[in-house]
Ligand binder design. Structure first.
Ligand SMILES: Nc1ncnc2c1ncn2[C@@H]1O[C@H](COP(=O)(O)OP(=O)(O)OP(=O)(O)O)[C@@H](O)[C@H]1O
Length: 298
C-alpha cells in the first residue's frame, strides 16, 4: 500500500506538486498519468524519500520510506534506468545489490532470467546497454529483493513491443499475487491495458482518480438515424445533451428515451447502443486540456 497525503513540492515560486493525495492498493496496478512536467516524477521521488516534500507526507506499507528497514526487501524502485554505474556489468550491478540486501548470490540468475537478459548481455558494461536493456536491468534490480511494492517511473520507455507485452504480463501477475504497483507512463494504451486504478495529474495537481473501469465508463447512448438533425432536436427539446462523434450522435439520454423520441419524431433509428468508452486517451486529453500539453504519445 502506498499513501500520499497532500504532498506538495515548491521550487522557488513554482508549485511542481500541489496537495497530491492518493492511495495505491495491494493487488492492483495504479497507473500514474500526466503530461510532461505534470509532477509525476517529483511525486514518486517524494514517496521514495529522495526529494523532501515542502508539505504533506507519504507512507509505503504504513511507514515513511526512509524508516523502512532494508527498503529493497519491501519496495522495488525504478526511477531512472540510466542511473547505474556505467563501468559495471549488469551482473556486477545485481551482485552488489544482492550483497547490500543480504540476498543469496543465486538470486542474480533468477532475476536475469525473469527480465530476459542473456548471460552475454549481463556480462556487458551497462554503459553499452540500449535503453531497453537498461530498463530490463532496472526492473531486475527492483524485483531483486522480492518486494511487496513496486514504484516504476516510465518503465516501458525504450522497450520494443514484445518487451512492452512482457512488462504488462509481469506487472499483472505481480499485482495478482498481492503486490502493489505504482506505474507512471506516457504510453496511454499500455496503462489502459494493465492499470486497475488511475491517478491523472496536470500542473502539479490530481485532476482525476478512481478505478480505470469507473473513469472510462461514459454514460449515455450512441445512435444513428435516417434524420439525425430532427432526432437530435427532439432529444434536446426533451432536455438531453446531444453531441456528434465520428460514429454518429451521442446523447445523455438512455436507449429507451432515444427510442421514444424517435417514435414521437417519426424518425427511423438505424443504430442504438450504450456509449462505448472513449478510452483513456479521451479521458486524458479531456482532463489535461487545460494544461495545453499535447505531446503525449499513445
Ligand atoms: N530539482 C528541480 N528544481 C526545479 N524545478 C524542478 C525540479 N525537479 C522538477 N522540477 C519542475 O517540477 C515540475 C514537475 O516535474 P516532474 O519531473 O515531476 O514532472 P513529470 O510529470 O515527471 O514530467 P515528465 O513526464 O516530463 O517526466 C516541472 O515543471 C519541472 O521543471
Amino acid at each position: 500500500m502506498i499513501q500520499a497525503t497532500d504532498l506538495t513540492k515548491v521550487y522557488g515560486r513554482h508549485r511542481a506538486v500541489d496537495q497530491v493525495s492518493f492511495t495505491a492498493r495491494p493487488g492492483r496496478v495504479t497507473g500514474f498519468l500526466g503530461p510532461n512536467g505534470a509532477g509525476k516524477s517529483t511525486t514518486m521521488r517524494m514517496i521514495c524519500g529522495l526529494t523532501l516534500p515542502t508539505s504533506g507526507s507519504a507512507t509505503v506499507l504504513g511507514q515513511s520510506f526512509r524508516d523502512l528497514p532494508n527498503p529493497g526487501r519491501h519496495v522495488g524502485v525504478l526511477l531512472d534506468a540510466s542511473a547505474q554505474h556505467k563501468g559495471r556489468t549488469g551482473r556486477e550491478t545485481l551482485r552488489l545489490a544482492c550483497g547490500l540486501m543480504g540476498l543469496p548470490p543465486g538470486r542474480v540468475d533468477e532475476v536475469l532470467d525473469l527480465v530476459s537478459l542473456t548471460p552475454k548481455e549481463a556480462a556487458g558494461r551497462t554503459g553499452t546497454y540500449s535503453l531497453g536493456m537498461r530498463q530490463r536491468l532496472g526492473i531486475a534490480l527492483a524485483l531483486l529483493g522480492e518486494p511487496e511494492v513496486l514504484i516504476l517511473d516510465e518503465p516501458v520507455n525504450g522497450l520494443d513491443p514484445t518487451g512492452i507485452r512482457w512488462m504488462r504480463d509481469l506487472l499483472r501477475s505481480y499485482a495478482d499475487d498481492g503486490g502493489t504497483v505504482l506505474l507512471s507512463s506516457h504510453l496511454l494504451r499500455e496503462v489502459e491495458a494493465v492499470a486497475d486504478d488511475l491517478v491523472i495529474m496536470g500542473q502539479g495537481r490530481v485532476l482525476a482518480q478512481g478505478s480505470t473501469e469507473e473513469l472510462l465508463a461514459v454514460p449515455g447512448t450512441e445512435f444513428t438515424s435516417l434524420d439525425d438533425t430532427r432526432l437530435a432536436t427532439a432529444l434536446e427539446n426533451a432536455g438531453y445533451d446531444v453531441s456528434r462523434t465520428d460514429a454518429g450522435l451521442t446523447t445523455s439520454a438512455g436507449s429507451e428515451e432515444v427510442g421514444r423520441a424517435a417514435l414521437q419524431a417519426a424518425v427511423v433509428l438505424v443504430r442504438l447502443q450504450p456509449s462505448t468508452s472513449t478510452g483513456l486517451e479521451g479521458l486524458f486529453f479531456g482532463t489535461t486540456a487545460q494544461t495545453g500539453r499535447e505531446e503525449i504519445a499513445a
